[in-house]
Design a protein around this ligand. Structure first.
Ligand code: P1T
Length: 384
């Protein structure tokens, strides 16, 4: 299902016609590993659930429609999806990545693929020309996250895609769209080749499932990745696919509220005397606020900040909230707080990508705005 239906309609219906055998409106959880064949090799499109499953197929079709790609592929986690993309590479290949990344992405780059002969370099990706100076003849993959985790920097997707093409680079451009979701930005329409998601986050939306996904524009690339999905086998089960599908149905309304709550929280933080710096693309003070307005529908639901008092204050704030739960992950209906250097980004410690131990990251949920602000206020006031 594609145009003429608009985004909100596709979140609810794309890939999800009523079940042909019963009329069930919700996609059934096809909890089966295998499918009876009529004759050898003659079947209804499914032969084994690592290769294909109808609940997973519905999710893959829906994701492909939302990202406006050629095909979608679902994985057991965001990391499994990242691993499938990195499996496209060979020893000697080079990856140029943005210099602020989820810690697990940095870890698989440096600890799993670098020892196998793939090389990685990292550069700020806010200025396309400066970023693309780091391209090499052997660069096969450009890796962007935007907004980045945890500093919420933006990469200019269109600028980088156009610049790379002008330089005749043959590198695929992959955008980790986990923080923005296709509701805020659609990287394939801005020139990217591959979109990646941890569906654990906003797409699932309720902190009750771990999953990943890839959407691509090109049929041949889709085929190579589908081969890897089946050959390596890191696929999600049907129940997990059902949960992500159900979450996606409310993505647009959730993202509007995540963003309005996050903006209110960010504006409050900017006015509090205990705060040193606030990072939120939806604020005019963000150095790339203009790009955010061009590239994203709103500023998203993630806010990072530092407080006066540095590392010690960060720990006290993160342990001092009641409503914001001290936890890794993001994108669920409930608000979370964490210290990336000690938690989600511990693998970047002592590396060029190390995050300041004074940084605090918030995943702003859908609770009452004032309750969230008051929770942060009491944690900050307690520092005095
Ligand atoms: O956790 P998993 O579903 O495997 O997804 C990995 C991943 C990939 N990309 C981004 C941008 C991510 O943020 C993540 C996971 N991140 C967290 C768990 C976190 O708290 O930042």
């Amino acid at each position: 299902m594609r145009k003429p239906y608009r985004f909100e309609t596709r979140t609810i219906h794309a890939g999800q016609p009523a079940d042909p055998s019963t009329g069930a409106v919700m996609t059934p959880i096809y909890q089966t590993s295998t499918y009876r064949q009529k004759r050898v090799g003659e079947h209804l499109g499914y032969e084994y659930s690592r290769t294909g499953n109808p609940t997973r197929h519905a999710l893959e079709e829906c994701l492909s429609s939302l990202e406006e790609g050629h095909a979608g592929l679902a994985f057991a986690s965001g990391m499994a999806a990242i691993d499938a993309i990195l499996h496209l590479l060979r020893p000697g290949d080079h990856v140029l990545a943005v210099d602020d990344l989820y810690g697990g992405t940095y870890r698989i780059f440096e600890q799993t693929y670098a020892p196998m002969g793939v090389s990685f370099s990292y550069a700020p990706a806010s200025e396309p020309a400066a970023f693309l100076k780091h391209l090499r003849p052997e660069t096969r993959l450009i890796w962007l996250e935007t907004p980045t985790n945890p500093l919420l920097n933006l990469c200019d997707i269109r600028g980088i895609a156009e610049g790379a093409r002008k330089m005749n680079s043959s590198a695929w451009i992959c955008v980790d769209n986990t923080f923005a979701t296709p509701y805020l930005q659609q990287p394939l329409n801005l020139g990217a080749d591959i979109v990646l998601h941890s569906t654990t986050k906003y797409l699932g939306g309720h902190s009750d499932v771990v999953g990943g996904a890839i959407v691509v524009r090109d049929a041949a690339l889709a085929e190579r990745l589908a081969f890897l999905q089946n050959a390596v086998g890191a696929v999600p089960g049907p129940m997990d696919c059902f949960l992500v599908l159900r979450g996606i149905k409310t993505l647009p309304v959730r993202m509007e509220r995540h963003a309005s709550n996050a903006e209110a929280v960010a504006r409050f933080l900017e006015t509090h005397e205990a705060i040193e710096q606030v990072f939120y693309p939806g604020l005019p003070s963000h150095p790339q606020h203009d790009l955010a307005r061009r590239q994203m529908r709103n500023g998203g639901g993630m806010v990072s900040f530092t407080a006066k008092g540095g590392t010690h204050a960060a720990r006290r704030i993160a342990e001092g909230t009641h409503l914001f739960a001290l936890a890794e992950s993001l994108g669920g209906v409930e608000s979370l707080i964490e210290v990336p250097a000690a938690m989600t980004h511990a693998s970047t410690l002592d590396s060029p990508l190390a995050v300041s131990p004074a940084l605090i990251r918030l995943s702003v949920g859908l609770e009452n705005t004032q309750d969230l602000v008051e929770d942060l206020r009491q944690a900050l006031d307690a520092l005095a």
